[in-house]
Design a protein around this ligand. Structure first.
Ligand code: SF4
Length: 631
């Protein structure tokens, strides 16, 4: 019997592209109390329905567009939604979150999630208006860049629709292709845009105004107003609105948290001046842009002309400045803004694009490219023109771009220089250095989607002083001291699992000074579950460990809990000269804290203690050893 949960629609739309059919499936409260929604729900679907032998580009892979209970409530941070699939970069659990207004629109259509499976014989997109579902021919859209696709889908459906779409990079199976939402937000990481491309699925347009029934709608409304007031008054929130994530560049760069020269460089403070605020805002003519119901408005809209190019659209985030700027030694902020714009329009992740380009620059400098591969191309450090050219080649999969489109990990392996590609489990390391923030070493190595600064953001505590008092994180630790940094990573990963499943924007807590307790009040007002903080915290630990089970089942378990050698090699000079985390010791501490075996496997007892009963995973594991049963 279905046990309906308040705060959810209890409905998931299944889209079978092979048969061109859709149907509704009902979910119930027992499921949501275990997995919450979003990335938790996606992990459960992957474990149950996408066997380990399935290649990410085979029709049997699935893509989950999932909300959590918060979408549609208009509580700040609730515009987010999660995209989950087997990643073509890591070949295991992959997820990415985007915002704009797509998450609330999905719930407005009376759904908690959409699962896309199979492969269409020809390009299609999905149009949902309230309860009416239609698969439409997308042949005329195939080949269009993302922004034009979104405009065309809106004009074909309704200009008020929220649209998530892939671009040419996804169609051409660039392994780090992303999904672009409403022309200003991105599900960037994990390459799920390419999975959609393999399915001949161009995107989804949504319009609807349904709301689920809430346990206590009056209390929920009061909590929403209270949270919004807190955020509007927050000084950190005002700074985020003024400067966006690029506001962090000056501090990060001065500390050598920002990567330079494919992670080998340091001391780039003078060279990085153009990226810093207020110059960034002046050079790019910035206006803040917000996801739905968010007073923080961290996104940047930029507009400028340049003798060779102009941009009128989303501006580069900090990660893009770090990966396509500093890590490639490109100093000109307008060039990085143009590179960002190109990636957006092709539909590819700027972090992974920057990682592949920085490796290509190192390879060119050191003469690793065979002459027949490199031809006459010069790939010099700091050359903005070559960065733009390489993005074009990747987006079109032409020449050297075809190898680079496979990602930095494959490029490194192709050149016989695996150790120079900076990734974990195949996902490129973002722009924060674990040789400064030691907690990141564990956080990256055991990240369930690979190297990630968001599904665990302990660097925000180490650098920015972001505290989590409910978890006992009450003061900023000192750099280069191990102290409690393993615990900090574990706490952030568990917290990140809640953010990815609830689904919420972590900036509400990092910058908006919102309290976890108040959001928990909101969850209880929606669902009537009466959860304590301990219940919520256990839920985060449960979801994180469940995603770990997917990693292990897919053969990407403890053997992949490693960091690239570059990130354990001390710098010869600069702000973190001579420093590197004691990685092996921290990993053993992590396994112990997690309650895993010494070789990194969760035990049955440990899993049961966080609410993962054997019935949830016994088909995939040898219960005696907890080692994976490959199916
Ligand atoms: S802080 Fe930024 S990413 Fe988060 S909801 Fe607001 S605008 Fe969107």
């Amino acid at each position: 019997m279905i046990l309906l949960s308040s705060g959810y629609h209890n409905k998931v739309l299944r889209v079978d592209l092979t048969k061109g059919r859709t149907h509704i499936e009902h979910t119930d409260e027992r499921f949501y109390k275990v997995f919450l929604g979003g990335a938790g729900m996606g992990a459960k679907i992957l474990l149950d329905e996408v066997p380990s032998h399935v290649d990410p580009f085979q029709p049997a892979n699935k893509v989950v567009f999932a909300t959590g209970p918060f979408q549609g409530t208009r509580i700040p941070g609730s515009a987010k939604w999660s995209l989950v699939s087997k990643s073509p970069m890591t070949h295991t659990f992959g997820d990415s979150a985007a915002g704009a207004s797509f998450g609330p629109s999905l719930r407005g259509c009376g759904l908690d999630a959409i699962v896309v499976e199979g492969r269409s014989p020809s390009p299609v997109y999905l149009w949902i208006e309230d309860g009416a579902v239609e698969l439409r021919d997308a042949s005329a859209l195939w080949g269009l860049e993302t922004f034009d696709t979104i405009d065309a889908m809106k004009s074909d459906t309704n200009k008020k629709a929220s649209v998530a779409a892939i671009g040419p990079a996804g169609e051409r199976l660039v392994r780090f292709a992303c999904v672009v939402v409403d022309k200003h937000s991105y599900a960037g990481r994990s390459g799920i845009g390419a999975v959609l491309g393999s399915k001949k699925f161009k995107g989804i347009a949504l319009l609807g105004s349904a709301t689920p029934s809430y346990f206590d709608g009056g209390a929920l409304d009061d909590i929403r107003k209270d949270i919004t007031r807190t955020m509007v008054r927050s000084d950190r929130g005002k700074e985020l609105r003024a400067w966006g994530t690029p506001g962090g560049f000056a501090t990060y760069n001065a500390l050598d948290n920002t990567p330079k020269k494919n992670w080998d460089g340091s001391s780039w403070t003078e060279e990085g001046k153009e990226m810093e605020t207020p110059h960034y805002n002046e050079a790019l003519n910035v206006k803040p842009k917000a996801c739905l119901s968010c007073p923080l408005a961290c996104h940047r809209h930029v507009s400028f002309e340049h003798p060779s190019y102009g941009v009128d659209g989303p501006g580069p985030e900090y990660e893009t400045l770090a990966m396509l700027g500093a890590n490639c030694l490109v100093r000109e902020v307008r060039a990085v803004a143009k590179a960002n714009d190109l990636c957006n329009r092709y539909g590819m992740d700027t972090i992974s694009a920057g990682s592949a380009i920085a490796l290509a620059m190192e390879a060119y400098e050191k003469g690793w490219f065979p002459p027949h591969v490199i031809g006459d191309l010069r790939i010099d450090w700091g050359d903005p023109a070559i960065v733009l050219h390489l993005i074009d080649l990747i987006g079109k999969r032409e020449g050297i771009g075809s190898i680079m489109a496979e990602g930095a990990a494959t490029l490194g392996a192709t050149l016989g220089k695996e150790g120079h590609a900076v990734h974990v489990r195949g996902l490129d390391v973002p722009g924060h250095d674990p040789r400064l923030c030691y907690s990141l070493s564990v956080n990256y190595a055991t990240g369930t989607r690979g190297a990630c600064h968001y599904r665990g953001c302990p660097e925000e505590t180490e650098i920015g002083g972001f505290l989590l008092p409910e978890y006992g994180v009450t003061k900023k630790p000192r750099f280069f001291e191990v102290g409690d940094k393993t615990r900090l990573a574990v706490i952030h990963q568990n917290f990140g699992a809640i953010m990815g499943s609830a689904v919420l924007c972590a900036f509400m807590f990092v910058e908006g000074e919102a309290s976890i307790s108040r959001y928990l009040d909101a969850l209880n007002a929606m669902t009537g579950w009466g959860w304590s903080f301990e219940d919520l915290s256990r839920c985060g630990e449960r979801i994180y460990n469940f995603q770990r089970l997917v990693n292990i089942r897919d053969g990407k378990g403890p053997a992949y809990d490693v960091l690239p050698k570059k990130l354990l090699t001390p710098a010869p000079d600069g702000a973190r000269m001579g420093k590197a985390p004691p990685f092996d010791d921290m990993m053993q501490e992590c396994y112990r804290m997690r309650g895993w075996t010494r070789d990194g496997y969760p035990t049955r007892e440990m899993l049961a203690s966080v609410g993962i009963e054997p019935s949830l995973y016994e088909d995939h594991f040898d219960l005696a050893t907890m080692k994976e049963v490959i199916k």
